[in-house]
Design a protein around this ligand. Structure first.
Ligand code: ATP
Ligand code: LTN
Length: 330
C-alpha cells in the first residue's frame, strides 16, 4: 500500500497546512506501519503562478525540512522534489490526453485563482489537475491525505484513472482521499469565513506561519476575530471565529471538541484564547527547534537524493507500462 501527498512551495507554510495535511501524513505513517509513504514538494505546480527563483529554492528547502520536523520518519519516508522525477511530466501529458477541457474549467480552485490574478493566466493553471492526477497515479497511491480544498482534484484523479483503465485495460489504482475529521479547513484568524491561506501575505495577522515567532503567533491567536457572544460552543455557521479556534485547539492537543467545550463551560473567550495562545506558542517553539536541528545536521540533501532515486525507479517502471498501453512503444 502507498500513501502519497504533496505541498506546493508557494508562500509560507501555515498552521492550516499542518493541521489539514502534514499532521495527517505523520499519523497515517504511524497507523499503516507497512505502507510506503511518498511525500513530495510540488515545485512544478508552483510555476503555475509567477515565482521568484531564489525564493522558490528557499521555500523548497523549508518545506522539506518542515516535513521532517513535523515527525515524518526520515528513514522510512520517500521525500523528494517533484521536478527531479521527470516521469511526473510525462504522465501529466498523458493525463492531459485523458481529460477534457470542460473538466478543467469546472475546477473551483482554477476559477478562484483566475479571478485573483491580474497578469496573464498561465495555461498550466488550467491543466494543473492533470499533473496532480499524474503525481498520484504514477505511484498507484491508494491513500492521499489532503485538505478540503483538494477534494475536487482528487475526484477528478479518480475519474481519470477509471477512464484510462476502461479504455486501455487495468493500469492505475483508483485512489481514496483522506481528509481529517477536525481541521480539514482551518479558517483565517481575521476573516474566519475564508480558509487560512499561505498566499495571503498581505495580511499576516490572518494566518499563522510555521515559521512565525512563537510570541507573535500567540498574539495573533489573542487578537483573532470572534463574535460578541461569550459561551465557548462549536457552531461553524453562527460562530465561525470561535469554532475555528476550537478546531485548532482540538487538532493541536488531540482532544475532542466536546471535551474542550466541557473544559471551558465556565470560562470566557479571553481565558480560552490565552490557553490556546500558549498551546500554539509551545507547539511552534518545539517545531522550530526540531526544524533548526534538521537544517543544521545537513541531512536534507541526502534524504532528498535517496527519495528522488527511489521514486524515479518506481515512476520509470510505471511510465513504460503506460506508454505500452497507449501504443507509444515500438
Ligand atoms: P494556497 O493557499 O496558495 O491555495 P494551499 O495552501 O492550498 O495554497 P498547498 O500548500 O499545496 O496549497 O496545500 C497543501 C495541503 O494543505 C493541501 O492538502 C491543502 O488542502 C492543505 N491546506 C491548505 N490550507 C489549508 C487550510 N486552511 N486548512 C486545512 N488544510 C489546508
Ligand atoms: N494540488 C495540491 C498539491 C499537490 C498534491 C498532489 C496533493 C500536488 N500534487 C498530489 C496531493 C497529491 C495543492 O495545491 N494543495
Amino acid at each position: 500500500m502507498r500513501i502519497l501527498s504533496g505541498i506546493k512551495p508557494t508562500g509560507t507554510l501555515t498552521l492550516g497546512n499542518y493541521i489539514g495535511a502534514i499532521k495527517n501524513f505523520v499519523k497515517l505513517q504511524e497507523e499503516y506501519k507497512d505502507a510506503e509513504v511518498l511525500v513530495f514538494i510540488a515545485d512544478l505546480h508552483a510555476l503555475t503562478t509567477p515565482q521568484d527563483k531564489q525564493e522558490l529554492r528557499n521555500r523548497k528547502k523549508e518545506i522539506a525540512g518542515m516535513y521532517l520536523a513535523c515527525g515524518l520518519d526520515k528513514e522510512k519516508t520517500i521525500l523528494f522534489n517533484q521536478s527531479e522525477v521527470k516521469e511526473h511530466l510525462e504522465l501529466g501529458y498523458i493525463m492531459e490526453c485523458t481529460s477534457y477541457i470542460g473538466e478543467m474549467e469546472r475546477m473551483t480552485q482554477y476559477k478562484d485563482k483566475k479571478l485573483k490574478q491580474t497578469a496573464g493566466i498561465k495555461t498550466s493553471l488550467l491543466t494543473y489537475p492533470a499533473l496532480m492526477a499524474a503525481d498520484i497515479l504514477l505511484y498507484d497511491a491508494s491513500l492521499v491525505p489532503i485538505g478540503d480544498d483538494q477534494k475536487q482534484h482528487l475526484e477528478l484523479t479518480r475519474n481519470l484513472a477509471v477512464r484510462f483503465n476502461n479504455e486501455y485495460g487495468e493500469t492505475f489504482t483508483v485512489p481514496e482521499g483522506f481528509t481529517p475529521k477536525v481541521g480539514k479547513r482551518i479558517m483565517g484568524l481575521q476573516d474566519p469565513t475564508k480558509k487560512m491561506s499561505k498566499s495571503d501575505e498581505g495580511n499576516p495577522k490572518n494566518y499563522i506561519s510555521l515559521f512565525d515567532n512563537p510570541s507573535e503567533a500567540r498574539n495573533k491567536i489573542k487578537s483573532a476575530v470572534t463574535d460578541s457572544l461569550t459561551n465557548i460552543k462549536y457552531d461553524a455557521k453562527e460562530k465561525p471565529g470561535i469554532s475555528n479556534l476550537l478546531n485548532i485547539y482540538s487538532a493541536l492537543t488531540d482532544t475532542s471538541i466536546s471535551q474542550i467545550e466541557k473544559k471551558y463551560a465556565n470560562s470566557n473567550y479571553m481565558e480560552f484564547k490565552n490557553d490556546l495562545g500558549e498551546i500554539v506558542f509551545n507547539f511552534l517553539s518545539d517545531l522550530q527547534n526540531k526544524y533548526n536541528n534538521i537544517i543544521s545536521s545537513g541531512i536534507l540533501g541526502s534524504v532528498l537524493d535517496k527519495g528522488a532515486a527511489y521514486a524515479s525507479m518506481l515512476a520509470k517502471r510505471k511510465i513504460e507500462k503506460v506508454y505500452k498501453k497507449v501504443g507509444l512503444n515500438r
